[in-house]
Design a protein around this ligand. Structure first.
Ligand SMILES: [Zn+2]
Length: 360
């Protein structure tokens, strides 16, 4: 019998219900924060303090330089935030944080008990720039055993077991490809799904080639893989300079790699709804563009391979601090889809796809 592993134990796939496939609960991004600080030296501390006067600046992409925003461990606040999701009919949260960015799983369990939500957590390693030195440049065998231990023995000395495998491709470095291979090998052995964080800076074809080579090697069906954050790159096809200088150049969506991945059977995540990052050098999509990508891909027949999420990962996104909370796609995209007559797709996006992918 197929099962889904939550932080409170295994459930049957039909108990999953309305699910967000990429959000976060308790998280520790202090290593990413240190990396950000090294990338932007000279920004004074008072500009990244977590006070309302700085929210706009922090939302421009510098928020991880704020120490207070690197670690989320507030159980009471998180209970309130996920209460809004539960109030909208939400039943399950797939917390996509890899082991190297994950917060306290004891708190995840407590959050699940307080809210009644199923929480599914991950084992795996984040991208190279966001992990500690001693986790870099190890071989596939090391990462394989690291994840296998968490699957078999539980996480951090608890009885909490992961329900998915998490890899990351930001540059395709040796560390990242070794982690991917370890996760795909474990997927072949356990049946668990592999979720791959991607960065828009890595070439889409390179990602596809790596995924194909690895899944083929271990005989894993691409349908067991979720390629995350595929919405981040939909607006990158147009260069900022061309757009600004040529009145005839418009912001159009580039869905080439998304269609290629879907065509070969992979699932893709459109999972950063409401993401407030603004970069002057390349276009990040807004929610209208995410929406157009979603509708386009649904109309091409891919509703059964798309997952949704908000990547709710920072206090800046909390309703308590003026953000959309963890309910952006639920309140923005789903009603629009129904208005547009695509309610059949909604069933797949938030019920059927999550249950099929997370079951093993
Ligand atoms: Zn995430």
């Amino acid at each position: 019998m197929a099962k889904i592993t939550t932080v409170c134990g295994d459930i049957a796939p039909d108990q999953l219900g309305f699910t967000t496939m990429h959000d976060h609960t308790f998280i520790d991004l202090s290593v990413s924060g240190a990396y950000m600080e090294s990338m932007f030296p000279g920004i004074p501390q008072e500009m990244v303090r977590f006070v309302p006067e700085n929210y706009g600046f922090l939302k421009s992409g510098t928020y991880l330089m704020c120490k207070e925003l690197q670690v989320v461990d507030d159980l009471e606040g998180m209970t309130k935030e996920y209460g809004y999701f539960a109030a909208l009919g939400g039943k399950s949260v797939c917390d996509a944080a890899p082991s190297t960015a994950r917060g306290d799983v004891r708190k995840m369990k407590a959050l699940s008990e307080k809210t009644g939500l199923n929480i599914i957590c991950a084992t795996g390693i984040y991208h190279e720039a966001a992990i500690a030195e001693d986790m870099r440049n190890r071989d596939t065998e090391f990462y394989y055993h690291f994840c296998k231990d968490e699957i078999e023995k539980g996480i951090d000395g608890t009885d909490v077991h992961p329900g998915l495998l998490k890899a990351a491709l930001a540059t395709g470095s040796e560390t990242e490809t070794a982690v991917l291979e370890a996760c795909v090998r474990l997927s072949a052995e356990t049946g668990m799904s592999v979720h791959v964080h991607t960065e828009p800076t890595m070439d889409g074809d390179e990602i596809l080639d790596l995924l194909n080579a690895t899944t083929k090697k271990y005989g894993v069906d691409p349908g067991r893989v979720v390629v995350c954050h595929m919405d981040n790159r939909i607006a990158c096809g147009v260069m900022v300079g061309d757009y600004l200088e040529d009145p005839d150049v418009d912001r159009t969506l580039d869905l080439t790699i998304q269609k290629a991945l879907l065509g070969q059977g992979y699932n893709i995540g459109l999972d950063t709804w409401g993401m407030p990052v603004v970069n002057p050098n390349f276009f990040m999509p807004d929610d209208f563009e995410r929406m157009k990508a979603l509708v386009t891909l649904i109309d091409l027949g891919y509703a059964g391979q798309i997952t949704l999420g908000n990547d709710f990962s920072s206090k800046l996104m909390w309703r308590a601090y003026g953000g959309f909370g963890c309910t952006r796609f639920e309140e923005y995209a789903l009603p629009l889809l129904e208005q547009l007559g695509r309610e059949e797709a909604v069933k797949k996006l938030v019920y059927e796809n999550p249950a099929r992918i997370l079951a093993y």
